[in-house]
Design a protein around this ligand. Structure first.
Ligand code: COA
Length: 159
């Protein structure tokens, strides 16, 4: 069976936790579409274009992975892509409540979609984009949390 999965997020910036999840998913699915939300509500640190570019660079070389930006309803985007699965990462129990709400709402909007949760490797379970941004801004070492292109982009931005 052909499985097209969408992995949506803000990716501000993409972390090793995200890339670990994509690596796992692309072994299970025919195609993984990493969908970078414009997400104006979050007031992102990196622009939408930068987030798409950094995520694309970080995942270059994975042949069944495509990185695209989207700014419409996720379920409309999923329909457009003929996707059957939404992938989300569950790092800790604290993620569950929000993820449960998101998955239920998405199913309400588009009953044919299934949300599949995956857990990242333990060494990535405490990483979040906002912590990475904060550590980077304050001059801490983020090289074990994000891909090298993101380290460079953060250093350039912070000067
Ligand atoms: N490794 C490391 N960190 C991870 C992770 C992983 N595997 N999975 C999630 N995270 C972190 C992110 O770093 C981020 O941390 P932060 O909040 O500290 O920045 C946090 O978990 C959540 O981010 P992310 O996974 O990017 O998801 P999101 O909650 O920002 O994304 C969308 C939400 C984009 C899926 C949702 O807003 C959406 O679908 N928007 C489109 C519009 C729409 O359809 N809205 C209606 C939805 S019902």
């Amino acid at each position: 069976m052909q499985t097209i999965a969408i992995y949506p997020g803000t990716f501000d910036p993409v972390t090793n936790g995200h890339t670990d999840l994509v690596l796992r998913a692309c072994r299970l699915c025919t195609k993984v579409i990493v969908a970078v939300a414009r997400n104006t509500g979050k007031n992102p640190f990196f622009s939408w274009q930068e987030r798409v570019h950094l995520t694309r660079e970080a995942l270059a070389g994975l042949t069944n992975v495509e990185v695209v930006g989207f700014e419409i309803l996720l379920m409309d985007f999923a329909r457009q892509c003929n996707a059957q699965v939404i992938l989300r990462g569950l790092r800790a129990v604290s993620d569950f409540e929000y993820e449960f709400q998101l998955a239920s709402m998405n199913r309400h909007l588009y009953a044919e979609i299934e949300t599949v949760f995956m857990t990242p490797a333990e060494q990535y379970s405490f990483i979040s984009s906002s912590l990475v941004r904060e550590i980077g801004r304050l001059g801490g070492d983020i090289s074990s949390f994000v891909p090298p292109n993101v380290v460079a982009a953060l250093q350039r931005r912070i000067g």
